[in-house]
Design a protein around this ligand. Sequence first.
Ligand code: ADP
Length: 240
Amino acid sequence: MPYEKRADGREMNELRPIQAKVGVVPNADGSALFGAGKTIAIAAVYGPKPLHPAHMKKADTGIIRCEYNMLPFSVTERARPGPSRRSKEISMITENALAGVIDLKRFPGTVIDVQIMIVQADAGTRCAGINAAAMALAHAGIVMKEMISSVAIGKIDDKIATDITKEEEDYHDGEGPTDIPFTITSNSKEITHLQLDGYIQTHRFKESIEAAKIACEKLNEIQIRALKGEEIDENKEKEK
Ligand code: ADP
């Protein structure tokens, strides 16, 4: 049956209720929680610190090392703990999405370790992880050229939908589900990460870029508020 309305009552261009908070892992140099609906990620940053093994050191620059993992009970069917092809791929795209906004040349010979844990998954976990990691890096006091925000855009019955859930990601509209995660910088609006799973026509793809830009602006405002010390939970705000 075609989607008349999104299953959770959202408008097509509406984000899920967002949660954002920094300082959730006191022993890390910087940390943050980011949630969108039932998807929740925690990121912890350690460093910049001397890089071991020493042969990986780069004399003129630092490196960033990201590790994305899902808790076994973050999904309905228990996810197998430990690295998988999927987690390695997501760790790599997260590293690439973040590397462009950090001036790694300021930290030669060092590593910045970013640990991302998906506590609960309902699609968009790579985006939630990137949002949490960007906040955690800023919280660690690491100078960033600009902030980044990430959102997954989907296509449901030929309509572009912002911040899709697992149910929406799996919805088959004849062409198959379409999932397009974007990561966009806050000032220059550059795309530092873009993936496409599924099919989309050129004009719909252009619409999805616009939807991602608007969503990332909203996300950026929330990330900045959290970095200023606010504890954001739009689930609670909705209940009031
Ligand atoms: P993303 O979480 O970034 O959207 P995917 O498209 O790979 O990445 O995954 C979509 C969703 O599928 C996840 O958010 C999660 O809800 C679910 N999922 C992913 N891996 C597993 C797994 N091993 N077991 C059960 N569900 C999973």
